[in-house]
Design a protein around this ligand. Structure first.
Ligand code: BEZ
Length: 247
């Protein structure tokens, strides 16, 4: 996501950080711990981590998101960084990531950067789109588009655990669950497509509005209930520990 409409994100997609509460509980940040929030968006969960007394740094590849995060929470350190190519001199006790790792390609590079940025026995606590996430949306959208679009990475537990283990992590917790997610109102799906695929949809010969309208028609029987769109989210949630290296 390089061009980011932060107003649309904060006004209509606050569920992204509201759902992050459970991952935050799993992180259980402790005062004085040093924590990296990878894919921090506009900083709402980063601020909650900071409020526990932990020292936190938020990174995101979107300049717009980081500019808004800095404006929202000027007391917190936020940096623009590529999630598959970042480096910190000073290591962290934990890397936290909510709804971001499915954007970062290649996943093995993201895992390598996370591993390098952690202290020995440091933890990765992450939730993101897992295998089958938004399958109905992707299928409908791609039945409308001239050339398919699927920039996201939605792994199974086995696939992601394998990548983590190869890097030197031990996976101590992993779940994959359906999490139907309400996109409010009649324009819920249109807003979601605009937010998360909008700039790409401008690259086709049909207009973005036409593509969105046709996708809505295909998905209405499946995902529209009681005046709301329900996106077919599936979440993978992972806790992994950086193994101590013995010579
Ligand atoms: C997700 O959070 O699962 C997601 C959000 C935007 C695009 C794709 C997936």
């Amino acid at each position: 996501m390089n061009r980011w409409n932060t107003e649309l994100y904060e006004e209509k997609h606050s569920f992204v950080w509201q759902y992050g509460q459970k991952v935050l509980q799993l992180l259980a940040p402790q005062p004085n711990e040093r924590i990296l929030d990878l894919g921090c968006g506009t900083g709402q969960l980063t601020a909650e981590i900071a409020a526990t007394g932990a020292e936190v740094v938020g990174i995101d590849s979107s300049e717009q998101a980081i500019a808004t995060a800095k404006k929202n929470f000027p007391h917190i350190e936020f940096l623009v960084a590529d999630g598959a190519n970042f480096f910190f001199d000073k290591t962290f006790d934990a890397v936290f990531s909510n709804a971001a790792l499915h954007w970062i390609q290649p996943p093995a590079k993201a895992i390598e950067c996370i591993w390098r940025s952690l202290k020995p026995k440091g933890r990765l606590v992450a939730e993101f789109g897992g295998k089958g996430n938004i399958a109905a949306i992707v299928t409908a959208l791609n039945s409308v588009l001239e050339t398919p679009y699927n920039p996201w990475y939605f792994p199974s537990i086995a696939e992601y655990s394998n990548l983590l283990e190869r890097q030197g992590f031990e996976v101590v917790y992993a779940t994959l669950r359906d999490r139907p997610t309400k996109l409010e109102g009649e324009k819920g799906l249109a807003n979601w497509l605009e937010m998360f695929a909008g700039s790409h949809l401008e690259t086709y010969s049909e207009t973005k509005d036409q593509i969105i309208a046709q996708t809505e028609t295909r998905l209405k029987p499946l995902l529209y209930r009681d005046d709301n769109w329900i996106a077919d989210y599936r979440r993978i949630c992972i806790v992994a520990i950086k193994k101590q290296q013995y010579l």
